[in-house]
Design a protein around this ligand. Structure first.
Ligand code: CAA
Length: 403
């Protein structure tokens, strides 16, 4: 039985800041951000979007009634979760109206969480071939204003349905993975901003990729020529290119050209969103699938996941015949096209807005947010969520009943 990605969706908030303008305000040359780091636009989450709503909005567009019935496992990878106990998956399960006969859990290991979720989903489908698993990766990356990591923030989510006989990509085995206890990036429970040893984190990323690649080659006997492309976890787009370059001298010039060109295509969405931690690898995969005109059915794509702390995994997927028909290119280009630019000072203001933590209530203006699923406020320490789409449906049903 073949298992893999049957559907994939993406959501990012409607606001962004231009990296050229941020560079000017921070007194650095714009090329440092746009070329040296490789970022054009950074998504900004208003208070009405949090990791729960981002994930629910990403999933909303891809699920049909059959999926909602068959999904019996919701796995939510995040490192910016909203609760130390209750999983974000439970909120999303309710907001999407999924079958109650389901498991719902959160998975944490920095940016690796969604990959762990994918591998768990694969195991679940192997045991339950008729079921489907909803895998979510959703994060708001925060390092703080005027910090070294500021240019590598972002916000967004990717949602994937994992099933048997998938329409988009079969996930191949074996996979190469490793763990080592390193302090390159972490976020203690008392902080809503990450701590990072930036240069060390870059080195660890490349070391983990090189090690996983050696392990992968010895497990599979494959080499660079067997891959049409590699998708990387992209904390910023230059990072993936640095890791790829570390192994390119093993292949031919043709391998280098192909893999570098596809890396660039796979970085298009990430360049315009920023780091979305757990979902960054899958956003890069989506960018490659939706923006490349040359990928052929059956192509093998390598996927490298890195979660600081650290866990790395390299695995591969094979594109299914007709995979393009199962993508949602028009929806995603509309999402990018309708975003609104904010100034650097507006971004700073939004960045500093917080929900009350003393139990008092706050109502948020969700009319300013075009997303269907929003955080509408907080009451007694409990976040209040609204699915505008289902509220509209509910209103229509009651209007019909009254007629
Ligand atoms: N024109 C072109 N390029 C320029 C330039 C200019 N005018 N000025 C500088 N550059 C280049 C530099 O040469 C450098 O390129 P290389 O990396 O290829 O040498 C690049 O711009 C960045 O410059 P610096 O190294 O001086 O930048 P920095 O000190 O501000 O730090 C950073 C960059 C370490 C990525 C920092 O933004 C950071 O700490 N980010 C958060 C941590 C991170 O993303 N780590 C990645 C690995 S960890 C991970 O993957 C998990 C995760 O999601 C966090």
């Amino acid at each position: 039985m073949e298992i893999g990605i049957d559907k994939i969706g993406f959501y990012t908030p409607h606001l962004y800041v231009d990296m050229n303008k941020l560079a000017v305000e921070r007194n650095v040359e714009p090329e440092k951000f746009t070329i040296g780091i490789g970022q054009e636009k950074m998504a900004i989450a208003p208070l009405t979007q949090d990791p729960v709503t981002l994930a629910a909005n990403a999933a909303l567009d891809i699920l049909d009634e059959e999926d909602k019935e068959k999904i019996d496992f919701v796995l939510f990878g995040t490192e910016s979760g909203i609760d130390q106990s209750k999983s974000a998956a439970v909120y999303v399960h309710r907001l999407l109206g999924l079958n109650p006969q389901a498991r719902a859990v959160e998975v944490k290991q920095a940016c690796y969480g969604a990959t762990a979720a994918i591998q768990m989903a694969k195991g679940h489908i192997a045991l339950n071939p008729e079921s489907k698993v909803l895998v979510l990766g959703s994060d708001i990356a925060r390092y703080g204003l005027n910090t070294g990591g500021e240019a590598t923030q972002g916000a967004g989510a990717v949602a994937m349905v994992v099933s048997a006989d998938p329409s988009i990509m079969v996930l191949e085995g074996p996979s190469a993975y490793l763990t080592a206890d390193v302090m390159d990036f972490w976020r203690p429970v008392y902080s809503d901003e990450a701590f990072v040893d930036g240069k060390f984190s870059n080195e660890q990323y490349i070391a983990f990729f090189s090690s996983a690649w050696e392990q992968y080659k010895s497990k599979t006997g494959q080499g660079l020529a067997d891959f049409e492309a590699f998708s990387f976890h992209l904390p910023y787009t230059k990072m993936g290119k640095k890791a790829l370059r570390a192994v390119l001298d093993e292949g031919t010039e043709e391998d280098s050209e192909r893999l570098l060109a596809n890396h660039q295509i796979g970085a298009v969405y990430n360049r315009n969103v920023g780091n979305i931690y757990t979902a960054s690898l899958y956003l890069s995969l989506l960018s490659l699938l939706e923006q490349s005109e040359d990928l052929q059915d059956g192509s093998r794509i390598g996927l490298f996941s890195y979660g600081s702390g650290a866990v790395g995994e390299l695995f591969a997927g094979r594109l299914q015949p007709g995979y393009r028909e199962h993508l949602n290119v028009a929806r995603h280009s509309e999402l990018f096209a309708t975003r609104k630019e904010v100034t650097v000072s507006e971004y700073e203001e939004i960045f500093q807005e917080t929900l009350p933590t003393d139990g008092s209530s706050l109502d948020l203006d969700i009319d300013q947010d075009p997303a269907k699923i929003c955080l509408s406020g907080i009451e007694g320490h409990s976040r209040q969520y609204v699915n505008k789409a289902s509220n509209i449906e509910a209103e229509k049903i009651s209007a019909r009943a009254e007629r």
